[in-house]
Ligand binder design. Structure first.
Ligand code: ARG
Length: 462
């Protein structure tokens, strides 16, 4: 091979170009072209700073900044020809800039390296995804609030071990997810605050001898400050890991909710009806309406948490500062981000469209002896019985009802008194599911009064 076939960006000391396999394993342009806009924003900020500090002439900086906009419009317009020989987005953009503006393009890379460049681009990209996740979560929470408000006093069974436990309100159940997604949102906000330091100007690893102004580029790119240690700045991928960790927890919450929708929309439960827009049919069983979107959301945690694990494994054991291993960061994050945004949007759509079946919820709320705890509490309150004894008496009454195939409110006063003589008519007041939920007035409890307070608090917060 001739010297001409070696890389035009760094080939000075190379007599031959890379093997095709070397090129294939080395190139990232196939995926990092997604960071083109961030790369160009970073380069434009860098060029402006180089002129401001007198490192470049104003004319050169102007040519660079304008040329970069031309490159951006070519990329956005789909006319840009990406080259694998140029490895990555950084060198593809710079090479095209040279075609367009000539000599000044070669001055853009003064006082920086691809190491601080890629860290900057990737941070900007991840930061945009954090913002998108926050808006996606807010939209989903609003959809949940609407559901909660409509059914703040609708009763349904609350479960533990997926066995009927105590009646709760539909609004309360919806608001449980609002709490979860609210924490997810705050995790993304925390991650954003922590990551918002600019790597640009850290150069290859040690900083630069040029009198650059890192505060200026940090500000131009919306960072709070420049990262304080150049070695750390080029080798840190915590920001991507924190994004993936927050995304994983959020995907886990989405998965739990999706699982409930799958169960609730089944013929056996009929708690909710999913809209046609978010369901699919079966090619063989005409009666079927499948909750595919919920099932896919349930599964998305797999690839998102997989990406988190994969990037942790890539980063573990890497010596400072940059190593090419770190090029393996992007595809994981891209895939996780794409799927998280899709899952958030699909869940929002499903929640917005779904209708809760009030009657089925109410019928199910009273089954399974769901007010047994209310009966035990009544024995404690009305008869001053120790709770353990009340638990025992109630257990006997549940056994009696079970043997007769009826529910607790269907027992007669005589039945009750056969187990404990002091029980009075008044007990039937606590066996109804509406009374049960209304009585749970403790802070955070399921009473519609408490639920409406939480709805109001979140409406205000959002
Ligand atoms: N494509 C590379 C990456 O994604 C850019 C940084 C390359 N730096 C280097 N010293 N080879 O990490």
């Amino acid at each position: 091979m001739t010297k001409d076939s070696s890389n035009q960006m760094w080939g000075g000391r190379f007599a031959a170009g890379p093997d095709a396999i070397m090129e294939a394993i080395n190139a990232s342009i196939g995926f990092d072209q997604r960071m083109a806009a961030q790369d160009i924003a970073g380069s434009r900020a860098h060029a402006a700073m180089l002129a401001h500090t007198g490192i470049l002439t104003d004319n050169d900086a102007k040519a660079i900044r304008e040329g970069l906009l031309t490159v951006l419009s070519e990329i956005e317009g789909g006319t840009f020809e990406f080259s694998t020989a140029l490895e990555d987005i950084h060198m593809n953009v710079e090479a095209r800039l040279k075609d367009i503006i000539g000599e000044p393009a070669g001055r853009l890379h003064t006082g920086r390296s691809r190491n601080d460049q890629v860290a900057t681009d990737f941070k900007l990209w991840v930061r945009d995804q954090i913002d998108a996740a926050i808006s996606g979560l807010e939209a989903l929470m609003k959809a949940l609030l609407t559901q909660a408000e409509a059914g703040a006093d609708w009763v349904m069974p609350g479960f533990t071990h997926l066995q009927t436990a105590q009646p709760v309100t539909w609004g309360h159940h919806m608001m449980a997810y609002v709490e979860m997604f609210g924490r997810d949102k705050s995790r993304f906000e925390d991650a954003r605050r922590r990551m918002n330091e600019s790597p640009l100007g850290a150069a290859a690893l040690a900083g630069t001898s040029f009198p650059i102004d890192r505060y200026m580029t940090a500000e131009a790119l919306g960072f709070d400050r420049p990262a304080a240690n150049s070695l750390d700045a080029v080798s840190d991928r915590d920001f991507a890991l924190e994004f993936l960790a927050a995304a994983s927890i959020c995907a886990m919450h989405l998965s739990r909710m999706a699982e409930e929708l799958v169960i609730w929309s089944s013929a056996q439960f009929r708690f909710v009806t999913l809209s046609d827009r978010f369901s699919t049919g079966s090619s063989i069983m005409p009666q079927k309406k499948n909750p595919d979107a919920a099932e896919l959301i349930r599964a998305k945690i797999g690839r998102i948490f997989g990406a988190n694990t994969a990037l942790l494994m890539v980063m573990k054991g890497l010596p400072l500062a940059y190593s090419k291993d770190m090029q393996e960061d992007k595809e994981q994050v891209f895939d996780a981000a794409d799927n998280l945004m899709l899952a958030l949007a699909a869940m929002e759509g499903m929640v917005k469209d779904m209708s809760a079946n009030r009657d089925s919820l109410e019928a199910a709320a009273g089954s399974g002896f769901s007010t047994a705890t209310d009966l035990a509490d009544w024995l404690v309150r009305a008869l001053n019985m120790p709770f353990r004894d009340a638990h025992h008496v109630t257990g006997s009454l549940v056994a009696m009802a079970e043997a007769r195939g009826c529910d607790l409110p269907d027992l007669t006063l005589e039945d009750m008194q056969s187990v404990h003589g002091a029980i009075t008519e008044e007990v039937f007041g606590v066996l109804g599911v509406h009374n049960s939920v209304a009585s749970r007035m403790s802070y955070g409890g399921t009473s519609p009064v408490r639920v409406r307070e939480q709805i109001a608090r979140w409406q205000e917060a959002l």
